[in-house]
Design a protein around this ligand. Structure first.
Ligand code: PMP
Length: 361
């Protein structure tokens, strides 16, 4: 596969090559059935098995307790911004949110449509360059949940320790699910769009404590109630079958490669290789404060926007693609999820050192 390049895109992002190879054959003839995976009925026994396997692998890998339901939904992670407060709030109920980036800001906006929202911390004035320490915010007694984005994809910050709170946690783990060990039992809801660490876009995984399925008011639209999807095992309507199929294959790959513990160790090492280059020079400046650094997305700047543009262009010429930072902060960003190969990191690190030597500030 020598014509494949290293793809640092934040999502949709790099998937394991083995998974893509298997999919390329299953797309024409799934598992010897004579029908391609995109053409099989979601109610067929073949697809029911695919969905059940994906769920069971996710349960095994994340050690999801039995009192949680796993849902595969559509509408992207962004639909969870309103589904969560729509199902859990209303009737004057309150929730606490931590504003650590674009995705938390968007979810705060939606949550305000349904309840009283206390934004207990914001790093917006500092261009979202960090997440809070625990002593920087409080969660009110009357709050239903504490909401946080565990990894801020755009700004390259991450909660390196999961907040501890008397209240249940609700978290957007779109860009770091399955990258490190977490204790699911501390959460009411965990959700993640698949397109970073799990598969292609089109499916959003929701892990929800079962008692919360009962919280939605009667006038909630059917499709927007978690209960609807839970009762029908995510088959209330046609689910995103191909995306779920790929998620299952990615989870299988993850298990075969040592599971979450192995991923976490590898992710730590991969990220450190890049941070070491940043720390060793004044040329590269990391966006995130050290204690808030993300293992998944590394956002950094060069001395000038012109050098950044040249860096991105020359990197692409040698097969290092997708290093442009998000338009809201500019600069550069390397997104290195579970499936991003270590060799690509080594190539980036060498490129960074050479670029600095050849392009003085
Ligand atoms: N949350 C996070 C942390 C994200 O990075 C993204 C998208 N990149 C979203 C939510 C929105 O996801 P979607 O496009 O699936 O709605």
């Amino acid at each position: 596969m020598s014509d494949r390049i290293y793809n640092f895109s934040p999502g949709p992002a790099t998937l394991p090559l083995e998974v893509l190879q298997q999919a390329s054959s299953d797309i024409i003839n799934f598992d010897g059935s004579g029908i391609g995976i995109c053409e099989i009925s979601h109610r067929s026994k073949e697809f029911m098995k695919v969905a059940a396997e994906a769920e069971s692998l996710l349960r095994e890998l994340l050690e999801i307790p039995d009192n949680y339901k796993v849902l595969f939904l559509q509408g992207g992670a962004s639909s969870q911004f309103f589904m969560i407060p729509m199902n859990l709030l209303g009737n004057g109920k309150k929730a606490t949110y931590l504003n650590t980036g674009t995705w938390s800001k968007k979810s705060i906006k939606e949550a305000k449509l349904f309840g009283e929202i206390d934004v207990a911390f914001s790093s917006e004035e500092d261009k979202f360059n960090r997440v809070p320490r625990e002593d920087e915010y409080t969660v009110g007694e009357d709050s239903e949940y504490l909401y946080f984005v565990s990894n801020n994809t755009i700004f390259g910050t991450q909660f390196n320790t999961i907040p501890t709170s008397q209240k249940m946690l609700v978290s957007d783990m779109s860009s770091d699910i399955l990258s490190r060990k977490i204790d699911v039992s501390k959460f009411g809801i965990i959700f993640a769009g698949a397109q970073k660490n799990m598969g292609p876009s089109g499916v959003t995984t929701v892990i929800i404590r079962k008692d919360l399925l009962e919280c939605a008011s009667e006038n909630t639209p059917t499709m927007l109630k978690y209960k609807t999807h839970a009762e029908k095992e995510s088959m209330f309507n046609t689910p995103p079958t191909f995306a779920i199929y790929i998620v299952g294959k990615v989870l299988k790959w993850l298990k075969q490669n040592g599971g979450i513990a192995a991923m976490e160790e590898m992710n730590r090492e991969k990220a450190q290789l890049v941070y070491d280059v940043i720390d060793a020079s004044d040329y590269y400046r990391g966006h995130a404060e050290r204690e808030s650094r993300s293992m998944m997305n590394i956002a950094f700047n060069l001395p000038t926007p012109e050098l950044e543009a040249r860096f991105i262009e020359e990197a692409a010429q040698v097969g290092l693609n997708g290093l442009k930072g998000h338009r809201s902060i500019g600069g550069c960003r390397a997104s290195i999820y579970n499936a991003f190969p270590r060799e690509g990191i080594l190539k980036l690190v060498t490129f960074m050192k050479d670029f600095e030597a050849n392009n003085p500030a």
